[in-house]
Ligand binder design. Structure first.
Ligand code: NAD
Ligand code: MG
Length: 291
């Protein structure tokens, strides 16, 4: 049966619902869709081991569910206060018949970032897929509202941690392994209200393109996904009420995407069949014109 993509999921207006960062998916309404009822695996990642940051909720949870249904064991990283959401991700990974390793902790601290990789390898014996997906975001309407600490926090979580984890992971990655970084449409079209965040997302896209060239000699592919507006805790913790009400209307699809609609891009990039795809920036944005 064909489905009209415009009508598949909720559209604005949404009821504003403010949570403090990082927020919980469990408290959102409507509930985000992570592909729980729809994603069907076909053995694309059989026997692989994946480490996914920010996998308690949102895009990371959808990727964890899809990877598990494709046959991968999954280590999930998140913040301590998100353990309720992380348990839900774990439940779906186990239900898919795969193993799940929960790794709470702040990845902007170098020892924690390194520990993610070491614990994953200790538990599962190897690492094949690294998904650098965690991020911090705060909305500010003028530059004087952005404290130096908040500016630094954006870079510490979004790009520095990505470097720390990637550096720790590379010695374990065999030829055929894949790194996928979550960037954003804001990497190419910065939003003034997300000045610091957008700059980190541009850094991630640039880091991806450089790293892809650097790691090709090891047989490691490196790509990034550029999501548009996606319905996750990020929105109810990082955006003002007006932006929440109309969220998704900026895309030609006239609604936000759901995490489960983004996860297939991460499967595609991770699969062995995509062996010629490295240094790609893969947009999933409901038709927003970016170039
Ligand atoms: P989300 O809130 O579900 O995921 C973000 C996760 O980052 C959190 O769950 C948290 O576990 C993790 N995180 C934040 N700070 C951390 C820290 N210091 N240590 C460890 N983990 C930390 O929201 P999401 O929208 O699924 O976000 C996932 C990715 O998608 C992010 O990189 C975000 O920038 C990107 N993205 C989201 C959208 C959107 O509209 N939702 C659009 C473009 C890009
Ligand atoms: Mg979360």
């Amino acid at each position: 049966m064909t489905v009209d993509p415009r009508d598949r999921f909720p559209k604005p207006p949404f009821k504003p619902q403010t949570q403090g960062f990082p927020g919980l998916s469990a408290k959102m309404h409507p509930q985000p869709d992570h592909g729980e009822a729809s994603y069907t695996g076909s053995g694309k990642l059989t026997g692989k081991v994946a480490l996914i940051t920010g996998a308690d909720s949102g895009i990371g949870r959808a990727v964890a569910i899809a990877y598990a249904r494709e046959g991968a064991d999954v280590a999930i990283s998140y913040l301590n206060e998100e353990s309720e959401d992380a348990q839900e991700t774990e439940r779906w990974v186990l239900e898919a018949g795969r193993r799940c390793l929960k790794l709470p902790g702040d990845i902007s601290l170098v020892p924690n970032a390194r520990a993610l990789v070491e614990k994953t390898v200790a538990e599962f014996g190897k690492l094949d897929l690294l998904v650098n997906n965690a991020a911090f975001q705060a909305t500010r309407s003028s530059i004087d509202e952005i404290s130096e600490e908040e500016w630094d926090q954006h870079f510490a979580v979004n790009i520095n941690a990505m470097f720390y984890i990637t550096k720790a992971a590379v010695p374990h990655l065999k030829p055929g392994s894949v790194i996928i970084n979550t960037s954003s449409v804001n990497s190419k079209h910065p939003m003034p209200a997300l000045l610091a965040y957008s700059a980190t997302k541009a850094a991630i896209a640039n880091f991806t393109l450089g790293l892809a060239q650097m790691l090709v000699e090891k047989g490691i592919r490196v790509n990034a996904v550029l999501p548009g507006p996606i319905w996750t805790p990020f929105i109810v913790t990082g955006m003002d009420e007006d932006s929440q009400k109309t969220f998704g209307s900026q895309a030609p699809m006239a609604r936000p995407g759901q995490p489960g609609e983004v996860a297939p891009a991460y499967v595609h990039l991770a699969a062995d069949e995509s062996s010629y795809t490295t240094g790609a920036l893969y947009p999933v944005h409901g038709g927003m014109p970016i170039y």
